[in-house]
Design a protein around this ligand. Structure first.
Ligand SMILES: Nc1ncnc2c1ncn2[C@@H]1O[C@H](COP(=O)(O)OP(=O)(O)OP(=O)(O)O)[C@@H](O)[C@H]1O
Ligand SMILES: [Mg+2]
Length: 263
């Protein structure tokens, strides 16, 4: 069964895109099939996989306005078992352009579920990289998803805004997507020399209990260098601390899910 997972936090720069890229790549290395949908007009996940976020034809915007088919929107990356629907800056205009369409929050869901040719069947996971806002694009993603993965930066103010996110998720569950659930919360950019990192770690676990993954992603400069080479860090330098964090996380991500499914 294909799982659709939004990687979401309306706070900017918390590690959403880095998580999408490196989790999807780690899972593909482990043999799973993954599709990444770059739903952020910034297109960082697209360029992070070495793809062009200026492709005028094959992009998520054209898919959402139904100019191209789902099949045509999907591109291969250089990584085996890993495909992407790339972003385009046009996406930033979608909210205004579709203002008169009262059903627009369902557009992505309809496209993914109305998959007559079973294009998506082969994927184990579809990861959606959300923009840093709670605007139409994020709502579309929440409506289309089975589960959410929330990266939380271990810094001051990290937990602020989470209340707002939880409220939004609850509202979507009530009105638009009852089966939506939080798969887990991932602590990112952890710096063991910084006392604050451990404080946020403790607070998050107090509040969200076992929804918080045991694995924390270390702050590591290699993770920020890899995108400029168009490669996931877990491929660019698989032995650095950042890659080890993500490879460990990918294992926990699968294991925790299997335990929960069996229970
Ligand atoms: N663990 C880490 N260690 C060091 N740098 C990191 C780490 N995770 C992410 N970064 C860097 O921090 C910046 C923000 O990360 P990223 O783009 O993944 O966040 P984001 O939540 O997707 O941002 P946005 O909200 O703008 O989409 C990037 O430059 C990225 O390379
Ligand atoms: Mg991003």
């Amino acid at each position: 069964m294909t799982k659709i997972i939004s990687v979401i936090n309306q706070k900017g720069g918390v590690g959403k895109t880095t998580t999408v890229i490196n989790l999807a790549a780690s899972l593909s290395i482990m043999g799973q099939y993954n599709l990444v949908i770059d739903l952020d007009p910034q297109g960082n996940a697209t360029t992070g996989f070495g793809k062009n976020n200026n492709d005028e034809v094959n992009n998520i915007y054209n898919l959402l306005i139904k100019k191209i088919s789902l099949r045509d929107s999907i591109q291969k990356t250089n990584i085996e078992n890993l495909d992407i629907i790339g972003s385009h800056v046009n996406l930033s205009g979608l909210e205004v352009e579709t203002a008169s369409d009262s059903k627009r929050a369902f557009t992505l869901k309809e496209i993914l579920f109305d998959d007559k040719n079973s294009t998506l069947q082969k994927y184990d996971n579809i990861f959606i990289d959300c923009p840093p806002s709670l605007s139409l694009l994020t709502i579309m993603s929440l409506v289309a998803s089975d589960e959410l993965l929330v990266p939380l930066q271990t810094e001051f103010f990290a937990l602020e805004g989470i209340t707002q996110l939880v409220k939004t998720i609850d509202r979507i569950k009530e009105n638009l997507n009852p089966s939506l659930s939080i798969r887990g919360i991932l602590l990112t950019m952890f710096d063991k020399r910084n006392k604050l990192s451990s404080e946020v770690d403790r607070e998050a676990r107090n509040y969200f209990k076992d929804k918080v993954y045991q694995t924390v992603i270390q702050r590591n400069v290699r993770l920020s260098e890899a995108p400029s080479h168009g490669l996931p860090c877990v491929i660019y330098d698989k032995n650095c601390a950042g890659s080890k964090s993500y490879l460990n996380f990918a294992e926990e991500f699968l294991k925790k899910n299997n335990i929960e499914s069996a229970a």
